[in-house]
Design a protein around this ligand. Structure first.
Ligand code: BG6
Length: 512
């Protein structure tokens, strides 16, 4: 059974998106994969929605290797990409966007690349009538980003000359490889940038359905009174991907699933699900609460046997027609990098004492799905004999982050038939059906917020450190271990050790 709302009333006055002040957007790694797949299309979508002021320009800059790209070549490439991707866009829209584009070539480790860029920005500022307000987006491999920040500082690009606010710098993950390297990197970044200038991206925070966790919790009065250990039995967070490592082995084999998905996306989703309400939805108040929550998570033990009861890992093996992880291009035959992780976390505070949070994520799983599942406690007593509380399903609230964005609530209800005939009914809100549109790309939200100077959806230095510190014992034990992760077949829900983690608590993973 399912029920779907057919209309939604919106409060128009708070649904008007603010248009940012005009600025120059500089994309380091401007001809790279992220720029072409996500950033430029998102900026184009913002323009289509009337949210990119006329005099905003975009300057691509340095890529890996020998980079001689000219303005014209860059414009031609982007024109071609956008025409393919946005088949509904008019030629005029595309040309307006292309008119904003230019390119400043150079190698990332040469000072003249940055002095050249500074000169180019001056020319662009006078052409577009700007006063030197910039957003620098570092869409580059993590290995070169410290060098870029240093060179930017050395050539004066991190401070503003004419504009009252300093430039904003967007940094892509991964930020660090370990707690120590993340701290070192943070120190280095903080030495040249103020916290107000740093926009650390976690693209999950830009997803509409992830933002909706806060609205569901704090804009409704019916959930919050139940959102605690008196009513919630446990929480599961799953982010499953059907794809394998693809062409990213160079990065992924040195990172693994724990660093790639847990240090950021998974812990951020947990923090939003479990944090206390901030006094207001303001960047620092909101980020304070997330950090408090991360710090309330019970530290993992450093003893390998004890740790194995709480965190397990897997690696996809060979399956019919699909190469196992070790057979992927760029992965060593004996690689022990995990492509799947499942863990049990306890949050040691008044609200959550005794409620386990189970998190799992992996590649080459049955299908692509991200969801947060809140399972409420069973009835204390049934007034419907012979039906016992165990015979009734607990209420389950599912926040579908993707791909079928929405919210479902399972409730027990009478079915046609004898008096006590009951079954589980699912009330379902489907984002596309209700709003009639696809949820926007997360990068649109994040780029817009950065141009607006709103840091709410970006990760602050203390939040980053708290997440790394939590995972430190796991990284240490796995780093020292020679044991291979447990194999799982492609298209499954992961290794059996993940099931055993929940069986030990007499629970099981919900099949999405
Ligand atoms: C990235 C990870 O941060 O998130 C990738 O590096 C992963 O390994 C991706 O595939 C998943 O993002 P999404 O938005 O497709 O769920």
């Amino acid at each position: 059974m399912s029920g779907t709302p057919t209309s939604v009333s919106v409060r128009e006055e708070i649904c008007i998106e603010a248009t940012p002040k005009t600025c120059g957007v500089v994309i380091f790694g401007g001809s790279g994969d992220l720029a072409h797949r996500k950033l430029l299309p998102s900026l184009f979508s913002l323009q289509k929605r009337g949210l990119l002021p006329e005099s905003t320009y975009i300057c691509g800059c340095l890529s890996y290797g020998d980079d001689q790209t000219t303005d014209e070549e860059y414009q031609n490439k982007v024109r071609h990409d956008l025409s393919e991707k946005f088949t509904d866009a008019s030629g005029e829209e595309i040309e307006t966007f292309v008119g904003r584009l230019s390119y400043s070539p150079g190698a990332f480790d040469e000072t003249r690349t940055y002095t050249g860029l500074a000169e180019k920005l001056k020319t662009l500022d006078s052409k577009f009538g700007l006063d030197g307000q910039y957003v620098f987006y570092l869409a580059v491999p993590p290995t070169i980003f410290p060098a870029i920040i240093s060179k930017m500082a050395e050539t004066g690009l991190t401070k503003s000359n004419n504009h009252p606010g300093n430039p904003r710098v967007v940094i892509e993950k991964p930020f660090g490889h370990s707690p120590e390297s993340a701290r070192k990197l943070s120190r280095m970044v903080r030495a040249v940038l103020d916290e107000e200038q740093i926009y650390r991206i976690d693209h999950y925070l830009g997803k509409e359905t992830v933002q909706n966790i806060l609205m569901l919790r704090f804009a409704n009065s019916i959930f919050e009174p139940l959102w605690n250990n008196a009513h919630i039995d446990h929480v599961q967070i799953t982010t499953a991907e059907a794809i394998g490592v693809e062409h990213r082995a160079g990065y992924y084999d040195g990172a693994g699933c724990l660093r790639d998905m847990f240090q950021n996306h998974m812990l951020q989703m947990l923090a939003l699900t479990a944090m206390e309400p901030p006094a207001a939805f303001e960047a620092d108040l909101y980020r304070d609460e997330k950090v408090k929550l991360l710090r309330a998570i019970r530290p993992f033990p450093s003893n390998p046997e004890e740790l194995a009861k709480l965190v397990v890992r897997g690696q996809y093996g060979d399956s019919p027609g699909v190469d196992g992880y070790r057979g992927e291009t760029g992965v060593g035959e004996d690689s022990n990098t995990e492509t799947f992780v499942a863990m049990k976390l306890m949050v040691d505070n008044w609200r959550w004492a005794g409620v386990p949070f189970y998190l799992r994520s992996g590649k080459r799983l049955r299908r692509r799905v991200s969801e947060i599942v809140i399972t409420f406690k069973r009835l204390p007593h049934s007034i419907f004999p012979p039906v016992t509380p165990e015979m009734l399903s607990p209420n389950v609230l599912v926040l579908n982050v993707q791909p079928e964005e929405g919210i479902s609530l399972g409730i027990e209800a009478k079915r046609p038939g004898p008096k006590t005939c009951m079954g589980t009914l699912t009330m379902h809100f489907d984002y596309r059906r209700v709003f009639g549109v696809e949820p926007p790309e997360a990068y649109e939200r994040l780029l817009l917020d950065c141009m607006l100077g709103d840091q709410s959806l970006f990760v602050r230095t203390d939040g980053l450190t708290a997440a790394w510190d939590l995972l430190a014992p796991v990284l240490n034990v796995w780093g020292d271990s020679r044991e291979a992760p447990e194999k799982y077949p492609a298209g499954s829900w992961g290794p059996e050790c993940a099931d055993r983690l929940l069986w030990a608590d007499s629970r099981y993973w919900r099949e999405p």
